[in-house]
Design a protein around this ligand. Sequence first.
Ligand code: AOF
Ligand code: ZN
Length: 379
Amino acid sequence: MSRSMPPPPSDELWMDSALRHGRRGQGRTWPNPSVGCIIVRHGRMVGRGRTMPGGRPHAEAVAVASAGIRARGSTAYVTLEPCAHVGRSGSCADRLVEAGVSRVVTALKDPDQRVAGRGHQRLRSAGIEVFAGCSSESAVRDHRGFLLKTVVGRPMVTLKLAMSLDGRVACRTGHSKWVTGRPARRLVHVMRSQHDAVLVGRGTAQADDPSLTCRLSGDVGAPARIVLDTRLGISTGCKLAASIDDAPLWICHGTDCNPQAVREWSSLGARLVLCRHGPEGGLDLDDVLKKLAMLGITRILCEGGPRVATSLIAKDLVDDLVGFTAGLVLGGDAMPSVGDLHCLQVGDGHRFNLLRVDYVGDDTISVWTRPLDFHHLLP
Ligand code: AOF
Ligand code: ZN
């Protein structure tokens, strides 16, 4: 990919629309990225598409179909390099060529080995003008889960902490209902719908007995619920089991678990994922994330508890940190949102960059992120 001139400003505006449209599919397209595509002719949008649930059809196929003959002589804005491999229904680069598109603007190169520059090449060799690298920073952010899964072999992890002003998630008795208010809790359901899976440790699954389903009206996905339970000791009488028809339930466990529990959970319909043990006896989180990526998961929302949060942060596995903070003080004897990290100096802490802050009802939300280097995917 080469960049000769900066893109005209309208390219960035159209690409932002494509990114916004693609983002609306997040949480439902795994193992594929949620790509957005906008087709523009004579300054007007004539077609639009995004990756469909389950990952197919791809965005370009949907957009080209909606544009029909108006795609001739148009510019297509795609948030990821169009695929070049003949998958379940032909390559997107071929679709754009056949539709008569005359210019293609993309945000990023696709690191998938089957694509990796071949999509751009296919378009160029058909005489189409290609500009790659428009709004690439936003695209890296939107496709972060897919990029991490493909390049690093683990999903993106968003850690949600709902805490008091002094960073506590529950009283020392374990009582936690409710630290944050209803609007904040509702926003968590929206966040769930934007992830492929929601993850909790066994402690939280047992203490809170959550169902972790996505209770929103309208056309929303049903992210998989994942519990980390080394010994598979969680009771089959929990709400996660009772709601197994509403959303998939996966349990990551170790080698040392009761065969009776394996049989019971399997017959209930849970997917059991065997993972390696870490040095401290619990599950090795690197291995857990690797196994989940191999199963196609690209975006995980971790909802606690403190033990999982601590291990994820300690291992630098948190990509986005979302803090909901209530105007409540619970005191030093209450449960901290994150456990011991053994920092001796402030510099040993794990620093995140602020993306945005907002009010949610009587609480605040702050979204923090860690920089990610995907230079090789940029022009
Ligand atoms: C596109 N447009 O909307 C998406 C793309 O298994 P397949 O055949 O569906 O291909 C999946 C790969 O296609 C995926 O790994 C990624 O490289 C690309 N995703 N490409 O042109 C899309 N979702
Ligand atoms: Zn494609």
